[in-house]
Structure formats: structure tokens, C-alpha cells
Design a protein around this ligand. Structure first.
Ligand SMILES: NC(=O)c1ccc[n+]([C@@H]2O[C@H](COP(=O)([O-])OP(=O)(O)OC[C@H]3O[C@@H](n4cnc5c(N)ncnc54)[C@H](O)[C@@H]3O)[C@@H](O)[C@H]2O)c1
Length: 418
């Protein structure tokens, strides 16, 4: 078996952590049990470019249980958990190409290694794998049943490809499923971003002024938790509806230039480029902390910060905090080299929330293999979402009311008024 991980000796710890996460992934477990019997993915070559975490390991186990011939690579150079990568190879016999901190060249070599596996179905988190597939292996696109996309930024890229008529394979926008973004982006990114910032800095959030840039699913989650920890939260937005929503949720809303001058901590979650740039660094207070939890590290204009700095001290804490000193002596602390901080400094989303995201991924994989689809961006079928949410409620011991026939008829009729 070919693979490239940091150290197979780490496998024992990785296996323990994978099993711990599995305790909180009952929906995926249910699917895995069925897959073991029915083998709906039997013999299908599959490549998945995902954050290599304990939760991803349990998804990989599920796909393998379904019969998939699966290889994995990282979807971010800093998000790999090396012990998990080792355990996947050693204990679960799933080839992994991922090492935490890998350079740009290695990151792409690993994507190539996965594509050389000759997959007929792919999974992506940010669309890097699909992008390389289109540019360097375009002849293979027609053999792909479908690709599943996990995150907002990836779906945006794929929709742009589709609009340009450049998309050569069917794609499922898994991120857009309610069973994904409503819980994973909001509660998962919300909690784990705060976790990553605290692990990196040990900062006390109570009483601090925290700027959250982007009031989308992730931003809402982070803002709520920051507020709950006692921070004064400011939101920056470019969308008037989301800005209005933030204002009515009780946050200060203002442009970044003003917010940056007040911030003790700024977190970006926009999926956009250079949301914090030179003019913002110039007005920041001494000691301001800057972090990103959006998919790519372009949200913070790091080259501009490097240009402004007269002195840079790298890795001054936990290998994850860099200090940039400006000409007038002010210091700006950049976390995680601008990479998504919940994975760079913490463990990513808790397993309970990834249970639903990855149950969605597993079931969409099965669904796609049963069909011959044409290139397009597809929504996750409603019946899959209903199945997952019903099962998740059941595992949480929650029951809900059922529509009576009278209510169902009423909701489907138009005749009855006041
Ligand atoms: N860290 C993680 O584990 C994790 C998990 C899920 C998603 N993500 C990533 O987080 C990012 C946000 O995802 P989302 O689901 O919240 O997306 P979203 O589309 O729901 O929200 C993004 C928000 O940012 C706003 N925005 C865009 N440009 C801006 C700017 N210049 N200034 C201020 N606001 C701006 C948009 O108007 C929008 O409201 C994406 O890159 C996504 O891929 C990260």
C-alpha cells in the first residue's frame, strides 16, 4: 500500500481518538452497519480530499465498509492530525497522503497521488482536488459518477465553474444541505473557532472587543459563542440583509476600518479575499490578535502585513502565533499563519456535528453511484436530509409531534381562510 504520513508510530494514539469520536457519531455508525451488509460502494475507486481528522477517519471507515477502494489526502496543509493519518494507514488499511505542515508542493503532490488512484467518485473540501482533476487529468472527468463538495468556498468555486461551462462532472453541494451547514458551519465552526483561538493564545474573552467579519453560517456561530463568553462583539459585513440581521441580533455593525481600530481580536469567516488588509493593520491597537476561520488563508492579506512589519518573530507560542512589529512599535499577533484556526490550533468540529455532515456525505455517495448524472451542481436530495435529521433526533432521545391528517390536509389546501 502506498501512503505518505508523518510517522506510523503515532497510530496507537490516533486509533484511540478515532474510537472516541465514533462514540459521538451514531448516525454514521448506523449507516456503516448497513454498508457492511449491503456493500453499495463495492469495488468503486474513490479519492477524498478532506481535513484528516478523527471524524474524517470515521467517514473513511464507513466508505470502506461499503466496499469503496478509498484513498485520502488533506484539504489544507495545516489541518492534518498526524496520529489519525497513521492510524488510518496502520489500523484501517486506508492509504493516506497527508502530513501536518506540508509545504505547497507536497500538498499538491498528495492530491496527485490520490488522482493517480484513478477514482470514479471523489469527495472534496474546498474544490482543490476537482480543480486539479479538471486542469491536469481532464480526460478522467468523464469516468466520475460525482464529486461531493463539503464547504461553502468549494461550492462557490464549483458554481463559478458551472457558470463558465467549465464543469465536466456532476457535483453535489453537500455544504448546502441543511443537515450540513445549519449545524456544522454554525455550531461546529462556532465552537471550534473559539476553541482554536483559546488554545493558541489562552486569551480571556470576557470584556474583550471581538470583531467577527462575515455574518454567514460560520460567523453567526462564532459571534454567538463570543458573546456568550462575555466579549463585546462587532460584526462587519458587505451584505445589507446579513448586516441588518446582525444589528437586530444585538451586535455592533460597522465597516472594518473602524472596527479594526477597536479590536482586541479579529476573526474572518467570509470566504473572501483580503478582508483584513494594509489599511486595517495600520489602525490596529498594540497587541491586536488576528485569526481566520474561513476556508483559504487569503482572507488576511499576510504579504501586506509582512511588508508593514519591521520585525517578525515566528512561532512565539505553541508553534502557531507569529508576532509582527510595526514601525511605531505596535505589535500584531497572527494566528495559525492565517489558516483556518479551528483546525490549525484545535481539533476542528466536534464529532457530534460532523456525524450529520459525514452521514450526508456517505449517503450522497451511495445515491450518486446509483445514477448516471450529467455535469452540473446538484442539491442533496430532501429524503436524505429527512432521514439524517430523524435519525439524529432519535439518537439524541428527542421525539417530536406528527402532523394529524387534518393538519396535513390544511397545509396542502387553499380554500380555508379566517
Ligand atoms: N473553519 C471551518 O472549519 C469551516 C467550516 C465551514 C465553512 N468554512 C468556511 O468559512 C467561510 C464562510 O462560510 P459560511 O458558510 O459562513 O459562508 P456564508 O456565505 O454563509 O457567509 C459568508 C459571509 O461573509 C460575508 N462577506 C463576504 N465578503 C465580506 C467582506 N469583505 N467583509 C465582510 N463580510 C463579507 C458575506 O456577505 C456572507 O454573509 C467559507 O470560506 C467556508 O468554506 C470553514
Amino acid at each position: 500500500m502506498k501512503y505518505d504520513v508523518k510517522d506510523l508510530e503515532l497510530a496507537t494514539e490516533g486509533k484511540k481518538r478515532i474510537e472516541w469520536a465514533d462514540n459521538d457519531m451514531p448516525v454514521l455508525e448506523e449507516i456503516r452497519k448497513r454498508f457492511e451488509v449491503e456493500k453499495p460502494l463495492k469495488g468503486k475507486k474513490m479519492a477524498a480530499c478532506l481535513h484528516i481528522t478523527t471524524e474524517t477517519a470515521n467517514l473513511a471507515r464507513t466508505l470502506k465498509a461499503g466496499g469503496a477502494d478509498l484513498v485520502l489526502c488533506a484539504s489544507n496543509p495545516l489541518s492534518t492530525q498526524d496520529d489519525v493519518a497513521a492510524a488510518l494507514v496502520k489500523n484501517y488499511e486506508i492509504p493516506v497522503f497527508a502530513i501536518k505542515g506540508e509545504d505547497h508542493e507536497t500538498y499538491y503532490n498528495h492530491i496527485h497521488a490520490c488522482l493517480k488512484h484513478d477514482p470514479v467518485i471523489t469527495m472534496d473540501d474546498g474544490a482543490d482536488l476537482v480543480s486539479v482533476l479538471h486542469t491536469e487529468y481532464s480526460e478522467k472527468c468523464q469516468q466520475i459518477y460525482a464529486s461531493m463538495e463539503e464547504t461553502t468556498t468549494g461550492v462557490i468555486r464549483l458554481r463559478a465553474m458551472n457558470k463558465d461551462k467549465a464543469l465536466k462532472l456532476p457535483v453535489f453541494a453537500v455544504n448546502d444541505a441543511m443537515t450540513k451547514h445549519l449545524f456544522d458551519n454554525r455550531y461546529g465552526t462556532g465552537q471550534s473557532t473559539v476553541d482554536g483561538i483559546i488554545r493558541a493564545t489562552d486569551i480571556l474573552l470576557a470584556g474583550k472587543t471581538v470583531v467577527v467579519s462575515g455574518y454567514g453560517w460560520c460567523g453567526r456561530g462564532v459571534a454567538t459563542r463570543m458573546k456568550g463568553m462575555g466579549a463585546n462583539v462587532i460584526i462587519t459585513e458587505v451584505d445589507p440583509i446579513r448586516a441588518l440581521e446582525a444589528a437586530m441580533d444585538g451586535y455592533w455593525v460597522m465597516p472594518m476600518e473602524k472596527a479594526a481600530s477597536m479590536a482586541d481580536l479579529i476573526v474572518t469567516l467570509t470566504g473572501n479575499i483580503h478582508v483584513i488588509n494594509e489599511k486595517h493593520f495600520k489602525v490596529m491597537k498594540d497587541g491586536a490578535v488576528v485569526a481566520n476561520s474561513g476556508h483559504f488563508n487569503v482572507e488576511i492579506d499576510i504579504p501586506a502585513l509582512e511588508k508593514l512589519a519591521v520585525k517578525v518573530r515566528k512561532n512565539i507560542r505553541n508553534n502557531i502565533v507569529d508576532e509582527y512589529q510595526l514601525e511605531d512599535g505596535r505589535r500584531i499577533f497572527l494566528l495559525g499563519h492565517g489558516r483556518l484556526i479551528n483546525l490549525a490550533a484545535a481539533e476542528g468540529h466536534p464529532a457530534s456535528v460532523m456525524d450529520m455532515s459525514f452521514a450526508t456525505q456517505a449517503l450522497v455517495t451511495e445515491y450518486a453511484l446509483q445514477r448516471k448524472l450529467t455535469p452540473d451542481v446538484y442539491e442533496v436530495p430532501g429524503e436524505i436530509e429527512k432521514y439524517i435529521s430523524t435519525l439524529k433526533l432519535k439518537t439524541m432521545g428527542i421525539t417530536i409531534d406528527i402532523l394529524t391528517d387534518e393538519q396535513a390536509n390544511y397545509l396542502n389546501s387553499w380554500e380555508m381562510g379566517t
